[in-house]
Write a protein that binds this ligand. Sequence first.
Ligand SMILES: Cc1ncc(COP(=O)(O)OP(=O)(O)O)c(N)n1
Ligand SMILES: Cc1ncsc1CCOP(=O)(O)O
Ligand SMILES: [Mg+2]
Length: 210
Amino acid sequence: MFSKLQYISQGNTVEQQLYNIHQALDNGCDWIQMRFKNGNSNELFTLAEAVKILCNEYLATFIINDKVDLAIQINADGVHLGANDMKIGEARNLLGNHKIIGGTANTFEDIIHLSKEKCDYIGLGPYKFTTTKTKLSPIIGLEKYKRILSKMQEQNIQIPVYAIGGIEANDIDNLLKIGIHGIAVSKLLTNNPFTKELIIQLNEKLYVNF
Ligand SMILES: Cc1ncc(COP(=O)(O)OP(=O)(O)O)c(N)n1
Ligand SMILES: Cc1ncsc1CCOP(=O)(O)O
Ligand SMILES: [Mg+2]
């Protein structure tokens, strides 16, 4: 079973990225998505090498946003791919069946497409407004999440869905009630003075029935 809490890294430099990722790992997060949008290829490689070592030390899952070639080079655990990234089928041919490939959905039609592409999990968002991602798709909100998850159940689509986009601790109970598997967060776990306590609180909420 995939971890229910995924930290999506942020930071404008390799040093900021590495600090934020290390903080998340050291305070109990066990799934890192390295997302470094303004890094050049050298910076991305340098960061990915260091994060791979850290994730090995912390026994954490390590996926890379967008960059399939880098994930192969570093032997990361997988990638996350959106509509403007490499097609999931092509990434699967390159990565093989034992690597994680996550896909992005904003509508139920996206979910149908991703289920045909056989991705391993779905990031459904944005749940709420967020400034972390600049080109945001339409905000989905709880009621539309409910409709989408209900349609997935009707059509027996069983891919784990992660809520993403402005997620906070007090969103978790409602999201779990409608069938969300977990959450993917960025701002919530970045530069937070109480990261350890917060991750404990998030995991207590996320794993409430385990
Ligand atoms: C878990 C998760 N869900 C969605 C996204 C968004 O991916 P994408 O649409 O490719 O946008 P960018 O993150 O590349 O700007 C994600 N990264 N992770
Ligand atoms: C990558 C991504 N895709 C949709 S929202 C988002 C950013 C989520 O970050 P935050 O948890 O800070 O809103
Ligand atoms: Mg992307």
